[in-house]
Design a protein around this ligand. Structure first.
Ligand SMILES: *[C@@H]1O[C@H](CO)[C@@H](O)[C@H](O)[C@H]1NC(C)=O
Ligand SMILES: *[C@@H]1O[C@H](CO)[C@@H](O)[C@H](O)[C@H]1NC(C)=O
Ligand SMILES: *[C@@H]1O[C@H](CO)[C@@H](O)[C@H](O)[C@H]1NC(C)=O
Ligand SMILES: *[C@@H]1O[C@H](CO)[C@@H](O)[C@H](O)[C@H]1NC(C)=O
Ligand SMILES: *[C@@H]1O[C@H](CO)[C@@H](O)[C@H](O)[C@H]1NC(C)=O
Ligand SMILES: *[C@@H]1O[C@H](CO)[C@@H](O)[C@H](O)[C@H]1NC(C)=O
Length: 332
């Protein structure tokens, strides 16, 4: 007996029986539920809830058709175990109107197909906001520089902005530029902004606004100059006040200050004696010894102990090479 006949017979038998609940029927799998398309920046994903069975692993198959063609095409989602299908495929043009369908399969048992709504990527995808790369700020404007991952000629951008303290919102014109200037702003003021993108193939497909970001405008040259002047004046005033305070202080405590700054200077007695007695002859003798070969550059008259002592040691050092013998004899 040929197969179609057997199938027909089985069908008739089943029809004559009271209809069992679909999930328990061994000959029919339940259809996948919650079949949904997510599409963001032209990344397209079909998802569905898993079909639960007691044993065995359910396989799923996804197909699509276009308005132009009557038949169903396979995508790379045939006999898959995952409950999602990435149908981002350059072969499926963004402006095509397509329908997808999915069914479950367990061995020879298959579910019915479940179809999605009509999908046109250009209309149905969500165009995400661009990513702001940086913000240039001047005293009266902010320039936003941004990037979009989507490659699409009709992409345009718009910025909504407001002064943080007022919440009165403004919007720029739609533009294809990836740099938008917010002009005529106040200096040193925080402005907040959101940005959105759209594509325009049939009607506008306008994406959602980005998260809010805020940025401060710069200080103007005049304000910066003013700031410098203020600092300068403040510094000058401080110096003058300090000078006056010092002057008054000195006036009032004249005696105290005089004592602090002019303590009577005394040569320690032992050094004084040393200078008077031993020192001079040594110098004289040294001078005599050196006079022939190594004449002095200069010789000063000393008035204090420290000076004379350092001069003596200098003299000893500088003459050590040429006159070492005489110094040795002096020491012994
Ligand atoms: C389908 O989605 C709804 C709402 O998100 C949820 O309540 C339901 O459980 C889902 N069905 C399945 C089979 O997952
Ligand atoms: C599922 O289990 C039944 C019995 O419990 C068995 O007859 C059948 O072959 C199983 N199916 C698979 C796909 O393992
Ligand atoms: C199809 O999917 C499989 C596994 O997910 C992958 O290895 C293969 O390269 C894909 N083929 C095409 C044409 O995308
Ligand atoms: C998918 O599985 C069915 C049987 O379950 C088989 O006939 C078919 O050839 C498979 N297709 C692919 C592409 O593996
Ligand atoms: C879907 O496929 C596209 C192209 O193959 C790929 O760029 C993208 O990352 C995939 N998305 C997911 C969620 O796997
Ligand atoms: C695509 O958008 C149209 C109109 O906005 C809507 O009717 C349709 O359900 C959407 N398609 C999908 C798969 O969501």
């Amino acid at each position: 007996m040929p197969r179609p006949g057997a199938a027909l017979l089985l069908c008739l038998v089943l029809l004559s029986l009271p209809e069992p609940p679909a999930a328990e029927s061994p000959l029919q799998l339940p259809t996948p539920q919650n079949v949904t398309i997510y599409s963001y920046n032209y990344q397209n994903l079909l998802t569905w809830a898993p079909v639960k069975v007691d044993n065995g692993s359910v396989l799923y198959t996804v197909q699509y058709n276009t308005l132009a063609c009557d038949w169903w095409e396979e995508i790379n989602c045939t006999n898959i175990t995952k409950t999602e299908c990435n149908f981002t495929d350059p072969d499926i043009k963004r402006f095509w109107t397509i329908t997808l369908r999915v069914r479950a399969e367990l061995g020879q048992v298959k579910s019915d197909w479940v179809e999605t709504n009509k999908f046109v990527a250009d209309k149905n995808t969500t165009i995400g906001p661009p990513v702001i790369v940086n913000v240039d700020s001047t005293p009266d404007s902010l320039f936003l520089n941004f990037l979009h991952t989507v490659k699409e000629d009709t992409l345009q951008y718009l910025v909504r902005y407001w002064e943080q303290s007022t919440n009165k919102q403004h919007e720029t014109e739609w533009t294809k530029n990836t740099r938008i200037g917010l002009l005529n702003l106040k200096q040193l003021t925080v402005y907040c902004f959101q940005i959105r993108a759209k594509v325009q193939v049939f009607d506008d497909n306008i994406g959602p606004l980005s998260k809010t970001k805020c940025h401060k405008t710069a200080a103007s040259g005049a304000m910066r100059a003013g700031f410098v002047v203020v600092i300068f004046v403040a510094a000058t005033v401080t110096v003058v006040i300090l000078a006056i305070v010092c002057f008054l202080f000195i006036q009032k405590f004249h005696q105290v200050v005089k004592y602090w700054f002019q303590p009577p200077f005394k040569i320690p007695p032992h050094i004084g004696e040393y200078l008077k007695g031993a020192e001079m002859p040594v110098l004289e003798e040294l001078q005599n010894n050196c006079a022939e070969e190594d004449p002095w550059d200069s010789l000063s008259v000393f008035s204090s102990a420290e000076e004379s002592q350092s001069l003596v040691s200098d003299t000893l050092n500088t003459n050590v090479h040429s006159n070492s013998r005489s110094i040795e004899s002096e020491k012994t």
